[in-house]
Ligand binder design. Structure first.
Ligand code: CP
Length: 302
């Protein structure tokens, strides 16, 4: 099983990951041998705090060994091809967690026939979205289909993965971005084809934002973007999540995948305020990733 995006999981599988993550969170000792005797390679082309630490801690808590490989050490595509790296890793390890610039790099890693988990690429951040969904579920222990979710900002990898998760679970999600910064057309085509009855609205009109229970935002400047900070702030500032917006929408939960650029996409007042669930969201990375790793460990030939 590879998890390059949430498209790789069915809706029942996504629900199962969330249930398993809750079970692991409640009873971690029951899973302490899931990865016993197994090693997981962690190939990171980009910086990370939450993803790296939560995967390393999670692998250790499951009884396995994490081996961190940064791009300067192994130089993917330069010192040797990504496919050759994957083939070699399959000689010694039982899975690859990878944070990469391009989604295609993940596809190349899958050629070695050991499981690959996407730890962020240019198009998707599936582990983040699973943590987001678990956090929303914990905040609203009801049928999640009644919860109104709003995403404000750039239609980036985090947004696109949230959209797949929301579509799979039938959640109401409104995505509002500046004109020209919405989710990619090819992604929307894939989403509409896979989940034709989804309840996601995508637009740019700030005056048409509906009331929302959950307000989610992310950085306006992703790693690798070449726009200046000045230009970015000018385009995105009307989409800032601030207290006036939270009050107007009557929102009760604020999410951000972090790292946050304080007082750009979200103000200090909101990020540190009573509705902020960003640390619960960060903590939940650990449990959803342990759930994915446990599922992989249960596969035949794992
Ligand atoms: N949210 C997230 O992926 O954080 P890091 O970039 O620190 O891993």
């Amino acid at each position: 099983m590879n998890i390059l995006s949430l498209f790789d999981l069915t809706a029942p599988q996504i629900k199962h990951v969330l249930e398993l993550a809750s079970a692991i969170k409640a009873h971690p000792a029951g899973y302490q041998n899931s990865l016993k005797g197994r090693s997981i390679a962690m190939m990171f082309e980009k910086p990370s705090l939450r993803t790296r630490v939560s995967f390393e801690v999670g692998i250790q808590q499951l009884g396995g060994q994490a081996i961190y490989l940064d791009a300067q050490m192994i130089e993917p595509g330069q010192r040797e091809s990504v496919e050759d790296i994957a083939q070699n890793l399959s000689c010694w390890t039982h899975g690859i967690v990878a944070r990469v610039f391009k989604h295609e790099t993940l596809e190349k890693l899958t050629t070695a026939n050991i499981p690959v988990i996407n730890a962020l690429c240019d198009q998707h951040h599936p582990c983040q979205s699973l943590a987001d969904l678990l956090t929303i579920q914990e905040r609203y222990p009801v049928d999640l289909r009644v919860v109104d979710i709003l995403y404000l900002g750039e239609g980036n990898n985090v947004c696109q993965s949230l959209m797949v998760g929301a579509a799979a679970l039938g959640l109401k999600l409104t995505v509002v971005t500046p004109p020209g910064f919405g989710p990619k057309e090819a992604f929307l085509t894939q989403l509409n084809s896979r989940y034709p009855n989804h309840k996601i609205k995508v637009g740019t009109d700030l005056n048409a934002i509906p009331d929302a229970d959950v307000v989610y935002t992310d950085t306006w400047l992703s790693m690798g973007d070449t726009r200046s900070e000045e230009e970015t702030v000018e385009i995105f500032m009307p989409y800032q999540v601030n207290q006036e917006l939270i009050n107007r929408l009557k929102a009760t939960t604020v999410l951000h995948c972090l790292p946050a650029h304080r007082n750009n996409e979200v103000t200090d007042e909101v990020l540190d305020g009573p509705h902020s669930s960003v640390l619960q969201q960060a903590e939940n990375r650990l449990y959803v990733q342990k759930a994915l790793l446990h599922m992989i460990s249960q596969e035949k030939n794992a």
